[in-house]
Design a protein around this ligand. Sequence first.
Ligand code: F0G
Length: 460
Amino acid sequence: MADLELTDDVPSAAADGVWLVCIECGETFAPFEEIRYTCDHCDGLLEVRYADLPKFEAFEGEGSGVWRYHAALPFDVGVTLPEGNTPLHEVPRIEESAGVENLRVKHEGMNPTGSFKDRGMTVGVRVAQEVGVDRLACASTGNTSAALAAYGARAGLETLVLLPAGKVAAGKIAQAALHQARILEVDGNFDQCLDRVQDLAGRGEAYLLNSLNPFRLEGQKTIGLEIMEEHYADHGEYPDRIVLPVGNAGNTAALYKCFRELVAAGAITEDQVPKLTGAQAEGAAPMVEAIEEGYDETRRWDEVETRATAIRIGNPVNAPKALPGIRETGGTAVAVSDEEITEAQRELAGEGVGVEPASAASIAGLHKLRERGDIDADESVVCLTTGHLLKDPDAAAEAGAEPEPVSNDTDAILAHLEDGSSSATGTVGQTVSNAAKSPLGILAGGLGIAYLLRKLRSKE
Ligand code: F0G
């Protein structure tokens, strides 16, 4: 079983009070001397540890967003665009429909490339500079590749991204393409892409920047720091629970680390730690299965499917860090259907918060857990929304209202409005791109026709 306890012992491997530890066998390593992603001895996951853990007062100095928290990070500043400082929205209508005392939505889609991955990359690409590599790589369901491409470009480093062919939303491919990553479309799913990129990294061909890289999670733990600070400032208390979408379980692991460090620093007490609650799509729910069945580890799902392509993942590599996080904080995990995800996406959009499908799994999960009585009405809940609406324009167009063709004539438009009819027959000229197409295809346009055909077909 993973040992996630933070101790005071500083090993000789530490450099400037920072080291790596294997969570399985306890072996310690110098942080930047050699490149490694897992333990040399037992292949266990690694975690970054610090000699000094800060309390909230330590964050009052210089720096904003992720780098406001540099006292809790291995560097004072990273390769920055800048990232973090995302809104903690009030959503009164969803708060009422879910029936909880207090609901806030932390919208990570408001980061520079439109997802929380930027928080990990600002630290991870800084580490890549420190260890001195010239090629970065990741496997991705889309957002990691967009973030790595942008941060790699910022750092002037070559970037390789391995994507499951035909299963990545259009906005994400467009980002990776324009930021000039080399996009390798693999004939396989995300988990197989991750197997391939781990092989490449193992052969020294590229520096791996998936969340298996423990430094990525350091940046992502700042989501938790921002939530805790802002929630306390607004409500005089910390949230009882955080609900988040889960794929590879990196974010769940990062939030748990955030809370363990705050407790070890004496900044909060153990009973102030929010209950970590994961939401997965029904077609890709190995974490939910492990929580429900009481497994120590997740079972790899070879066949996964969901419209929320960002979390179409069957082998969550961070499960050894994330399962204890859910269990130790008194949280839980829940599977939601694609229909429930789309409904939650509409509900968020109705409050002005535009998210991609995977993000809406947190709100869908909240509804389900409230209905089951697993979340109490008097709870104060924060739902994480992880990616921006424009990441997946096809999903947004399908979930949203139909455009209504009208004549170029004011009276006709008024008559149409009075008519109250909103049944559109077609939308020639609208260019919503297609997730399955290549970047070139997207740039060449013409996809409006494919979109129209699909819309018309869906009306049959
Ligand atoms: N939400 C979105 C929008 C994501 O892109 C991801 C992961 C998750 C949730 C799940 O986060 O893996 O930390 O549990 N996307 C990765 C990618 C896998 O390649 O972009 P997790």
